[in-house]
Design a binder for this molecule. Sequence first.
Ligand SMILES: Nc1nc2c(c(=O)[nH]1)N[C@H]1C(S)=C(S)[C@@H](COP(=O)(O)O)O[C@H]1N2
Ligand SMILES: [Mo]
Length: 197
Amino acid sequence: MVTDVTGLYEEFGDERLPPGQRLTERFPVLSKSGTPSWDRDSWTFDAWGAVENELSLSFEEFTDLPSETQRQDFHCVTGWSKFDCAFTGVTFPTLADRVGVDPDAVHVMFHAMDGYTTNLPLEDCARDEVLFVYEYDGEPLPADHGGPLRVVTPHKYAYKGAKWVNGVEFLTDPERGYWEKRGYSNTANPWDEERYS
Ligand SMILES: Nc1nc2c(c(=O)[nH]1)N[C@H]1C(S)=C(S)[C@@H](COP(=O)(O)O)O[C@H]1N2
Ligand SMILES: [Mo]
């Protein structure tokens, strides 16, 4: 079963395609540096910070969590959008329930294997469309697109979704991630064209 969440734009604007974006059929690859390699036996996904239960899961344990498949749109801050991507994975709320987020947690930092980080307020993560993805179009997520595991954030520009994610940190104060420290918008709402800060 595929849950179509492409209608979420109605919360933010009148048009499905955000202003200043052009549609592409391709799925371009955008990375700050190369594609990191990973080892299935030693890879872990960790959750830490302001939580009741810190977590460290193997890839198999991660993919044993309840999952779903969603049809989502994808908006890159450099100006291209791709409609109708089929992503399978674990929702942020499912993961958050598993760790038990502390009441004083207000912010989240995602950590990735290439040293990339990106941040979001907890309330922007507390929605089912924020997905930890391990399958694209029913196949294992390609390494260039962030396999084995990435985050997607269809309500934000795609730099808010860390490829090769291997950690999520719950924070009691906001912090800025890799691009957020280098001039990209901290809030990144595509329908308000929040590209730069
Ligand atoms: N770990 C990591 N995640 C990342 C990036 C990166 O360089 N490293 N680039 C971001 C940017 S700017 C975009 S547009 C999307 C691109 O995803 P794609 O390569 O699958 O199109 O990943 C985001 N997540
Ligand atoms: Mo991007």
